[in-house]
Ligand binder design. Structure first.
Ligand code: IDP
Length: 152
């Protein structure tokens, strides 16, 4: 079943010029980009997005980190895309992330783990609505869906 997920390249990924390389992984996998933009996250948006961590000791550092430069935010679409992208992203602590995952290949510290991806249908819907308006979505067909999918 087609799903949508919210994915965001954090400021360290953008500053390290990894945007294209990471985006290419999602594209090569067969996922569809239905919305994307570069933006600076406001303090308010950062605190709302990471609200579930507001009582954690690292919360202040997390807000400083995510607002320290531009992020590249996107909505990806595909079959079971939420769990698929989480697997591609890898464990929260990059030192524990498997080689071949994005964090396992490009990051070292938990506080600089370069990428965010929604972890459930509820968080995907919440995060997509936080970052994107309906007008920012592109409605189009990928010409190779019948090659990528057994049943497009
Ligand atoms: P996730 O990003 O893999 O879903 P969460 O536990 O939801 O992981 O944490 C959100 C973000 O908070 C992480 O991606 C990371 O940037 C930051 N974070 C989580 N735990 C720590 C920590 O122990 N120290 C510093 N930053 C942390």
């Amino acid at each position: 079943m087609k799903q949508r997920t919210f994915t965001m390249l954090k400021p360290d990924a953008v500053k390290r010029r990894l945007t294209g390389e990471i985006l290419a992984r999602f594209e090569k996998r067969g996922l569809k980009i239905v919305a994307a933009k570069t933006l600076m996250i406001s303090d308010d948006l950062a605190k709302t997005h990471y609200g579930e961590h507001s009582d954690k000791p690292f919360f202040g550092d997390l807000i400083s980190y995510i607002t320290s430069g531009p992020v590249f935010a996107m909505v990806l679409e595909g079959d079971d895309v939420i769990s698929m992208v989480r697997k591609m992203v890898g464990a929260t602590n990059p030192k524990e992330a498997a080689v071949g995952t994005i964090r396992g290949d490009y990051a070292i510290d938990t506080g600089r783990n370069i990428v965010h991806a929604s972890d459930s249908e509820e968080s995907a819907e919440r995060e997509i609505n936080l970052f994107f308006d309906e007008s920012e979505f592109c409605d189009y067909e990928l010409p190779d869906e019948d090659i990528i999918y057994e049943e497009p």
